[in-house]
Structures are given as structure tokens and as C-alpha cells.
Write a protein of this length. Structure first.
Length: 332
């Protein structure tokens, strides 16, 4: 049974890594939970009739299911929470005031449960901070089979000034009610009193393809590999964190903003991270780098910040995963 013991360790490690590094769709998560229980029973000698051969057969099936996870490369490093990033936001939909000393850029996916989970947190932050905070939205699709349709629907609604309303309805009547469909999208267009012809043209047109493509490109350049992800005045915070973690960073940024405003800096310049064009490079700037260059660093944004302290935070997010079709799940 030495071979089986080795395979026990391998399968158990894969299950632990899979469960902890990312969320899965409900069916996959349930299957992994079942496999974890089986591994635990087998480790305790509960293999049942058939002895070692039966155990090896079951482990082989588990390994087949986990094959896509075993073969994928590790995700790239996330953005550094101890750096300040310049994030282009020109033309992106937002909630809150048009000008605010603190801007939260949220990268999300309409099929990510943690993105849905963090929604009430964003609502509460907007309520608690009022004119001091705005939330800017960027698409970062990690579930293309599910999240592409609502992403384009939200983009098309944004062209008619109804992004917040469409986003809310997509989450509550789509994600929270079992999924997205063309029938649902058509219903939302009517309920939100959108111009159906323009909506269809925008949803299928090149403009939304470019907007969503640009969002994806920017986030990838910044090192994003999962959702949700946030840049609070350029400082990265990953996952569906407790509201206290968001408030900690926001309060720190407000203190900096208040000092700059008192010194004569306009509020728009303090809270804005906007480039005139997405063709500009994206920078991650730290205080040591500025000092090392003698301050001779041109920042292609309308603000600058110094190094913020690093924090080790628990992460609840969706990581890009290999797609496992239902036909690969059977027979375990």
C-alpha cells in the first residue's frame, strides 16, 4: 500500500489547494467536498471490500477529475499592496460623486460569488462616506461562459446612463436567481426603459468590445489574477474583505487627501487616477524608487502617493481556473 499512501498524500494536497485558492462553481465545489470526504475515509482504512485494488481505482478516478488543476501553471503574483498604482478610469461607469478625494476602482466578474458578496460592503461605504468616496467599475471576466453576456449588457446600459440600475438588476435577478439568459436581458431592457434598438447595437457593437477588452488589459497589466480586486487611490486590496479593511485604507487615504487639499490641491486632482488614454503605460510607484531617481519621475496621472505599508489579509476571491466540462465530472 506504499503506492496508495503516496497517492493519498497527492490527492489530499490537491484537494486542499483547490479548495483554498479559489472558489468554484457550485457543482465543482460539491464534488470536491465529496472527494475530500472519501480521501479522509480511505486514509482511515475505510476502503471497503476489495482492499488495495479498490482504493487504487478510486484514487485514479479522483486524480482524473483533478487533472486540469494538476497541470495548470501557478497564477502570477497579485498586485503589491505596498505599492501605489496608477489606474486609468476615463469613461468608466461609477457610483457616488463625480469628484471625490478617494476613488475605489473595483474589478469584478458577474459570475463571481465573492463579487456578489462584497456588493453590500460597497453600498455601505458609499453611504458612510458620502461625497468623500466614489466607486468606479471595471470588468475582469474570469468565467467567460457565464459572465460575458451580463458584462456586455451592463456596458450597453452604461451607454444610456443606466449602468448602476442594470448592474443591480443583473446581480439580483440574474446571478441571485439562478443565472443569466437573453430573456432576462430583454426583460431588464423593458423594465429600465432603455432604447431597445440602441441597446442591441451597443451590446453587439465594437465599442463595448473595446471597453471590456481595455478593462481586461489594464487589470492584467496591473497583475490581477482573480476577482474581486480593488484599487483604493491606487492601493490594492484583494478579495471580499470585511468592511473594516476597506475603511482602514480609505481613512488613511482621506488623511493624505485632507493634507493635500489644505495645502491647496484641488479635490479632483487628489482623488483622480485618470489617464487621457489607455495607451499610456501603467506604473507601480514606490517611495524608494522616487528617492533613487532623485525625484525625477514623471507620473502620467493627476495625483501621486508614497509607499503604503504592506498588510497580510485573508483573501476571498475567484481565481482563473481551467474549465471542467460536466462530462469530465462523472463516474467519481
Amino acid at each position: 500500500m506504499n503506492k496508495s499512501v503516496t497517492r493519498f498524500a497527492l490527492v489530499a494536497a490537491l484537494l486542499a489547494a483547490t479548495a483554498s485558492s479559489a472558489c468554484q462553481d457550485a457543482a465543482t465545489a460539491k464534488k470536491i467536498d465529496e472527494l475530500s470526504e472519501r480521501v479522509a475515509k480511505l486514509e482511515k482504512g475505510g476502503g471497503g471490500a476489495g482492499g488495495g485494488a479498490a482504493v487504487d481505482a478510486r484514487l485514479a478516478k479522483m486524480e482524473k477529475f483533478l487533472g486540469p488543476y494538476m497541470n495548470q501553471p501557478p497564477p502570477p503574483p497579485e498586485p503589491d499592496p505596498a505599492a501605489t498604482y496608477s489606474v486609468p478610469i476615463t469613461g468608466d461607469p461609477f457610483r457616488g460623486p463625480a469628484v471625490a478625494p478617494v476613488t475605489i476602482v473595483e474589478a469584478f466578474d458577474f459570475a463571481c460569488p465573492y463579487c456578489y458578496k462584497v456588493g453590500p460592503t460597497m453600498e455601505q461605504l458609499l453611504k458612510d462616506y458620502g461625497p468623500k468616496v466614489r466607486v468606479v467599475y471595471k470588468m475582469f471576466i474570469v468565467h467567460p461562459q457565464t459572465a460575458t453576456m451580463p458584462a456586455f449588457a451592463a456596458c450597453a446600459a452604461s451607454q444610456q446612463g443606466k449602468y448602476p440600475e442594470m448592474e443591480h438588476e443583473l446581480w439580483e435577478r440574474g446571478f441571485n436567481k439562478g443565472g443569466y439568459s437573453q430573456e432576462l436581458i430583454d426583460t431588464l431592457v423593458k423594465d429600465l426603459k432603455l432604447d431597445a434598438g440602441k441597446f442591441k447595437a451597443d451590446m453587439e457593437g465594437e465599442a463595448c468590445k473595446k471597453i471590456i477588452g481595455d478593462d481586461m488589459s489594464v487589470m492584467q497589466k496591473l497583475g490581477m489574477n482573480g476577482t474581486p480586486g480593488f484599487f483604493i487611490n491606487g492601493r490594492f486590496l484583494g478579495g471580499a474583505q470585511p468592511i473594516e479593511q476597506f475603511k482602514r485604507v480609505i481613512d488613511e487615504e482621506l488623511k493624505k487627501a485632507d493634507a493635500k487639499i489644505a495645502a491647496g490641491t484641488a479635490v479632483a486632482a487628489v482623488g483622480s487616477l485618470t489617464f487621457d488614454s489607455l495607451s499610456f503605460p501603467v506604473f507601480a510607484l514606490t517611495y524608494p524608487a522616487l528617492v533613487g531617481l532623485g525625484g525625477a519621475v514623471w507620473i502620467m496621472a493627476k495625483r501621486e502617493q508614497l509607499l503604503a505599508p504592506a498588510h497580510d489579509l485573508p483573501v476571498q476571491r475567484t481565481v482563473r481556473r481551467p474549465i471542467i466540462e460536466s462530462s469530465d465530472r462523472g463516474g467519481l
